[in-house]
Design a protein around this ligand. Structure first.
Ligand code: 5GP
Ligand code: MG
Length: 189
């Protein structure tokens, strides 16, 4: 028995997207976004907390004048690994009327979070509205889903952590995007 506070290797099943691939893709997304908004006044609205590391990396790849604001929406409270539907913890505090708004989120699963966010922004009558997610889960079971304008990676329909994404508010500081093992969720026999 050890009382070390390092993240146990057994908690992470495997790396799905490593640091180099993340960095290269965030570079590309930054270039695409900069090209899209090169002649416009850009306002970034990020959905915390999962997008915090993606946000921090992405905005430093976009060399444009921009406003940045955050909201907080929780979909997976505590130890859940299935969505409970979006719950607003910190609402929009900026006036977005006539702004060119780009919504940033960590991951698209059912699409409910992004939809809630986009309708809240739309109600404020922005000049334009686009969205960007780092990860998009494959969900062939869904008949319709809102599709973002910018997507980092398509991933299988499994629960992931790292690079800002959590389980029970843990593992956000893992630098890669990883599959969580049953040792971490407590589901092992
Ligand atoms: P949706 O509303 O699209 O079903 O879920 C999106 C939100 O749920 C994301 O913003 C994210 O916070 C959370 N989420 C969805 N899938 C995962 C996942 O695999 N891992 C983690 N940590 N969070 C997820
Ligand atoms: Mg989220």
């Amino acid at each position: 028995m050890t009382d070390s506070r390092f993240i146990p290797e057994t908690h992470l099943d495997r790396v799905l997207v490593d640091r180099d691939r993340i960095a290269a893709r965030v570079d590309e997304l930054g270039r695409q976004i900069a090209e899209t908004y090169r002649d416009q006044d850009l306002t970034i609205m990020a959905v915390l907390t999962g997008s915090m590391i993606f946000l921090a990396d992405l905005i430093r790849r976009i060399p444009l004048m921009m406003h940045i604001d955050v909201v907080s929406i929780s979909s997976y409270p505590g130890r859940s690994t299935t969505t409970r539907g979006p719950r607003w913890l910190l609402p929009i505090s900026t006036d977005l009327k006539d702004r060119n708004v780009l919504v940033i989120d960590d991951i698209l699963d059912s699409g409910l979070t992004l939809q809630a966010m986009l309708s809240a922004v739309r109600a404020m009558e922005p000049a334009s509205l686009r969205s960007c997610v780092l990860l998009r889960k494959e969900r062939p079971d869904l008949e319709t889903r809102f599709e973002p304008d910018f997507v980092g990676f398509d991933i299988p329909n499994e629960f992931v952590v790292g690079y800002g994404l959590d389980f029970d508010n843990l593992y956000r500081n893992v630098p890669e995007i990883c599959l969580l093992s049953e040792h971490a969720t407590g589901e092992q026999a």
